[in-house]
Design a protein around this ligand. Structure first.
Ligand code: IFM
Length: 456
């Protein structure tokens, strides 16, 4: 079934992953610049210094985005480009770069959807404690106000945080991402509380500073859990596990409700508070009201899912079948995530949804014929978009879909090993080659969202 003509079709990226120009235009180092320079942190010692050199290729890349026929492009602003000292001094040259980018998109009828924080906070902020410092929420609000003051005459769509589960879980608990910390559970929970406060203060700042009517959301990434079959008890088990804070792998940070309940419902989940006991963060008077600002949409970044059923002792996870299809990252391919994820999230949070990220990691290369035949990506996206359409047909309020990512880019601790793009980037020459999936996605958009069958 084609989706409505109002449906937002988009592609996504983030600043550190594509911009490059890391020490140009007055930008200060971010935590990721620092992290990449620490031995053994990032595959092959790679960095975002040059990345896709998008900073110098705004017009060319805007053409690639617009030629897809998308009506929206999700990008992030680099905090250290705009406020190199965290707060205070504004770097006009950084803002001028985002002017160029926003104007290039608008000139091609593509609406910019801006994420304010996609993990690359200034290294100087880390020196002041980063997210462990409660003042970080105010610093983020100040930075947000500067960006919104400057761009909201042209930009209406905003997201505060990208994937708090990841920058808190991988960055502060497990040490795999910048700032590379392995904090105690208590400290990590405190950092998460401050990040949620930053979200709330950021939303307030957007509303207070926006020169046009703004549409505000965020882009979290909690585990999606799907039922192993259609039995009502399996569905119940999946729903219960999707909103349980204790995670079967012992890593509580990838759950949904610890982050989303305060943002949307204004409270921390009871099971979490019982579980965390004295490790739970100190919640000062007014904090939860501050965090629970009215937002206009819930963004979901979705790549995979876990399976659940009802066991003798209640809901339980089911192992993946041997040989389950997996992406190059090792993530199981579970298209039903796009059916059950939106359904469960909209039942609980009752907000319009946008898929703010979805895509496939692979290791594509340019073939002898000059083409990049990424049929696996076409198959993956076909299956996921078809399930999304099924969810919409069932009445779930999903209003848009952003494919991750417009082009191959710096995949954090994996360096340039994983490729998620619709456009191949040769990192030696920086040449862009649209892949077969680029043409396929353009056709899907042109047909109003009918997922085409994968080519044989
Ligand atoms: O590349 C990342 C992105 O920055 C955040 N979401 C997941 C993507 C793939 O790992």
């Amino acid at each position: 079934m084609p989706v409505s003509s109002e449906f937002v079709w988009g592609v996504a990226s983030s600043a550190y992953q594509i911009e490059g120009a890391a020490s140009e235009g007055g930008r200060s180092p971010s935590v990721w610049d620092t992290f990449c320079r620490e031995k053994g942190r990032v595959f092959n010692g790679e960095t975002g210094d040059v990345a896709c050199d998008h900073y110098h290729r705004v017009e060319e890349d805007a053409d690639l985005i617009a030629d897809l026929g998308v009506n929206a492009y999700r990008l992030s602003v680099s905090w250290p480009r705009v406020l190199p000292d965290v707060t205070g001094r504004v770097n006009d040259s950084g803002l001028a770069y985002y002017d160029r980018l926003v104007d290039a998109l608008l000139a091609r009828n593509v609406q910019p959807w801006i994420t304010l924080y996609h993990w690359d906070h200034p290294a100087a902020m880390q020196e002041r404690g980063g997210w462990l410092n409660r003042e970080s929420a105010d610093w983020f609000a100040e930075y947000t106000a500067v960006v919104v003051d400057h761009l909201s005459d042209r930009v209406q769509h905003w997201m505060t945080l990208n994937e708090p589960q990841i920058f808190i879980g991988l960055g502060h608990l497990m040490g795999d991402h910048a700032p590379g910390l392995k904090l105690t559970r208590k400290e990590t929970l405190l950092a998460s509380h401050h990040a949620l406060l930053a979200h709330g203060k950021g939303v307030e700042a957007i509303r207070a500073h926006s020169k046009s009517e703004s549409v505000i959301g965020w882009a979290p990434v909690g585990d999606v859990v799907v039922p192993v079959d259609d039995k009502p008890e399996s569905i119940e088990a999946a729903r219960a596990l999707m909103f349980q804070v204790r995670q079967p792998d012992g890593n509580w940070a990838f759950n949904n409700p610890w982050f989303a309940d305060p943002v949307v419902l204004g409270r921390y989940p009871e099971d979490a508070l019982n579980q965390f006991g004295g490790d739970a963060p100190e919640v000062r008077e007014g904090d939860l009201e501050q965090i629970k600002q009215p937002i206009d949409f819930y963004g979901m970044n979705t790549y995979s899912a876990l399976f659940a059923r009802m066991g003798d002792d209640g809901p339980e996870l089911v192992d993946f079948e041997p040989g389950v299809p997996r992406t190059t990252f090792g993530w199981a391919v579970v298209p039903e995530a796009m059916y059950w994820g939106p359904k469960f999230l909209s039942e609980r949070y009752k907000l319009p949804l946008y898929v703010t990220e979805n895509g496939l990691a692979s290791m594509d290369w340019v073939g002898l014929d000059g083409a990049v035949n990424d049929t696996g990506r076409i198959d993956f996206l076909s299956r996921y978009i078809a399930q999304l359409e099924r969810s919409i047909a069932d009445g779930v309020d999903v209003r848009g879909y952003f494919q991750w990512s417009i082009m191959d880019n710096f995949e954090w601790a994996e360096g340039y090993k994983m490729r998620f793009g619709l456009v191949h980037v040769d990192y030696r020459t920086l040449e862009r080659t649209p892949k077969a999936s680029y043409d396929w996605y353009r056709e899907v958009i042109a047909r109003g969202g009918v997922a085409l069958p994968a080519p044989c």
